[in-house]
Design a protein. Structure first.
Lengths: 107, 118
């Protein structure tokens, strides 16, 4: 299953709202996770089951979608939110597959 | 605190071998599937291999099958990746990660860098 993220880079001002998209090449129900990765760090799980926040993740992070189209929304962007975000499907594995990432940068 | 710590990375020549280790603490290691993933510099994430809690089920990415071997020692709370016939394209940071409910990866270790170069 090929995961495609858009856009590749997203520029948003602090305090603004970011909307990141992820599309699966096949139906994956809600078997999707989102990760955040900052430079020099390991990825961190944000969302699983397409819309469930992982432990300790702030409520400004929300996920939606099912089937083949998914969205990660970050409301009221904080400075620490500027990072690269990846989606990952676990509906049909192996292999687990990831999107190519969206870089969220400060506008 | 749940913690995963990888070790064993380094510089190796093409065709060479390397063994990575991942030491786990803070959770019941034997209850969870474990995975290796990798990330080449400036690139995205790639799943490499998975092993079930009792080592019954093992899977590999096509890119490493036949060259890499995953194993675990539940008595020592440790995960391993034996890598052989290494290629330049295997150069990456290698992460170990717990597969929660067999699907999402949480947490991840800090990674260990493997460089394959002559």
């Amino acid at each position: 299953i090929v995961m495609t993220q858009s856009p590749a880079t997203l520029s948003v001002s602090p305090g603004g709202r970011a909307t990141l998209s992820c599309r699966a090449s096949q139906f994956i129900h809600s078997n999707l996770a989102w990760y955040q990765q900052k430079p020099g760090q390991a990825p961190r799980l944000l969302i699983y089951g397409a819309s469930s926040r992982a432990t300790g993740i702030p409520v400004r992070f929300s996920g939606s979608g099912s089937g083949t189209e998914f969205t990660l929304t970050i409301s009221s962007l904080q400075s620490e939110d500027f990072a690269v975000y990846y989606c990952q499907q676990y509906h049909n594995w192996p292999p687990y597959t990831f999107g190519q990432g969206t870089k969220l940068e400060i506008k | 605190e749940v913690q995963l710590v990888e070790s064993g990375g380094g510089l190796v020549k093409p065709g060479g071998s390397l063994r990575l280790s991942c030491a786990a603490s803070g959770f019941t290691f034997s209850d969870f599937s474990l995975n290796w993933l990798r990330q080449a510099s400036g690139k995205g994430l790639e799943w490499v291999s998975s092993i079930s809690s009792s080592s019954t089920y093992i899977h590999y990415a096509d890119s490493v099958r036949g060259r890499f071997t995953i194993s675990r020692d539940n008595a020592r709370n440790s995960l391993f990746l034996q890598m052989s016939a290494l290629r330049a394209e295997d150069t990456a940071v290698y992460y170990c990660a717990v597969a929660v409910a067999g699907n999402r990866f949480d947490p991840w270790g800090q990674g260990t860098l493997v460089t394959v170069s002559s």
